[in-house]
Design a protein around this ligand. Sequence first.
Ligand SMILES: C[S@@+](CC[C@H](N)C(=O)[O-])C[C@H]1O[C@@H](n2cnc3c(N)ncnc32)[C@H](O)[C@@H]1O
Length: 277
Amino acid sequence: MSLDPDWIDFIKWALPQLRLRWAGFRKVSDQVQRRLYRRLQALDLTGPGAYRDYLRQYPGEWQVLDTLCRITISRFYRDQGVYALLAGQIMPDLAQQATRDRQAQLRIWSAGCASGEEPYSLSILWTLQLEQRFPDVALAILASDVDRHLLGRARRACYPWSSLKDLPTAWLEVAFTESTAGYCLKDRFRPPVLLVEHDVRTPAPATSLHLILCRNLVYTYYERDLQQEITARLHAALRPGGILVLGSHETLPAGVTGFTPLPDRHWIYTKALTRSH
Ligand SMILES: C[S@@+](CC[C@H](N)C(=O)[O-])C[C@H]1O[C@@H](n2cnc3c(N)ncnc32)[C@H](O)[C@@H]1O
């Protein structure tokens, strides 16, 4: 679908008012454009100019536009290298830390969890690779998203093959049952994941976290000031020494303090033990 210049002008005008940035949307703007067409049809409006006028007349429409601008793509084991690192180094280190500190839980937040692909990938990884090594530590994953429809899918936990194609085959066979509803996650992998509705632009839903995954949302689509505000909240929600994982093409905005990137992996950060000002 080719992008209509009038729509590009409209999107560039509207995004900053939602604290979103054009750079993030460039690649996915046809998806947004398609949704905008449908919305205009529903409102019986003729084009971007008419929609601008409508937004001016009915400011409540901005909230609808905000939902139309959400990108919802996800899949299990997305960016396989991240999961390899989580399994091989990050989660064992954090579990050891939890054991040393006599904490019963390894506390994780998956922010913007879509239909559960990311938190359930972590649950499968932990159960199949790490659980036995850390018998005194229970995995507790808070998985949040702003989209109720996606959370409903996460609760059903049945997926098409396209969502699972990156998952190692052996894990797919152990963790899923094939049915008419698709590939459904077996019950034993569900309990560590608590699904909650939450907007990442509001205060964090948990504290004392060992690990936060905030991938392919804040640091791609949000404007810099909003990124900084959210980063400060993520920092406060992590324990000292806790880890923040961004998408593999994302980085924290300039000027953020209190996080140190891992060598060679500039999208994974450790929370410093003390914050420098
Ligand atoms: C591109 S997907 C990324 C999903 C997953 N983190 C990953 O990397 O595969 C972005 C997710 O963020 C959710 N989202 C969008 N705006 C949000 C907000 N303000 N608060 C929480 N989640 C949001 C979307 O519903 C979607 O599920």
